[in-house]
Design a protein around this ligand. Structure first.
Ligand SMILES: O=C(O)c1ccccc1N[C@@H]1O[C@H](COP(=O)(O)O)[C@@H](O)[C@H]1O
Length: 218
């Protein structure tokens, strides 16, 4: 049973997967989404071969590609590989034509936009028309994601309430010790775990994965 204050409909994305054995355990434990990072500069980037193999085995509907400022041709290639959802990290002043191109290729239902929002900046409302899902990650000056740092969970709750017609995903430094508190404070309906459940970049720690799902009552 989930702890009483937690949303029983909470969805969990396990990200940074490069190996089937890690994805398989995440799925057995109840992961709703499996994230595969294809951004070449990420220390947990999957090769195209690894991404293809994971797409073959992860059930349809759960396969999430994660990238940064994806080029249109590349995005078409990743879509052809079999991903269902496309989490694209970008700057808040990203060109609207770029957002329109991403939406045109994968559709706004499948596009998860992850704008890098510096502290004190207003939420980039102009992005909302391009994607049904917004991922809010902790800000890091030099990184687009995977920093292991936690974000502002109260602010997440504010934005998710203000723009309740969109689905908001909470990301940033979630781990077995803080996930229940993060979900309680943020009210997140979907939470994303990445470096907080790994033994080294791209390799999941099975004990941490089990501990995370146990903390959520699964
Ligand atoms: O993990 C990465 O290396 C990465 C690189 C570029 C874009 C996104 C990346 N990961 C995403 O970052 C968030 C938070 O990760 P963490 O929990 O703080 O490690 C998560 O959505 C990952 O998908």
């Amino acid at each position: 049973m989930p702890p009483p204050h937690l949303n029983s409909e909470l969805k969990i994305k396990v990200c940074g997967l490069t190996r089937w054995e890690d994805a398989e355990l995440a799925l057995e434990l109840g992961a709703d989404y499996c994230g595969v990072i294809v951004y070449p500069k990420s220390p947990r980037a999957a090769t195209r071969q690894q991404a293809w193999e994971l797409c073959q085995r992860i059930p349809a509907g759960k396969r999430v590609m994660v990238d940064v400022n994806t080029g249109a041709d590349e995005l078409e290639n990743w879509a052809d590989l079999g991903f269902d959802h496309f989490q694209i990290h970008c700057d808040i002043d990203v060109n609207l034509a770029t957002l329109a191109a991403w939406r045109g290729i994968v559709g706004k239902e499948q596009l998860w936009l992850a704008p890098k929002i510096p502290p004190g900046e207003a939420f980039p409302q102009t992005m909302l028309e391009f994607a049904d899902t917004i991922l809010v990650d902790a800000y890091h000056a030099d990184k687009y994601g995977g920093s292991g740092q936690t974000g502002n969970w109260e602010l997440f709750a504010e934005w998710a309430t203000l723009y309740a017609h969109k689905r908001f995903v909470l990301a940033g430094g979630l781990n077995p010790d803080n996930v229940t508190e993060a979900v309680r404070v943020s009210g997140a309906e979907t939470a994303d775990v990445n470096s907080g459940v790994e033994s080294q970049p791209g390799i999941k720690d099975h004990a941490k994965l089990r501990a995370l799902f146990a903390a959520l009552g699964r």
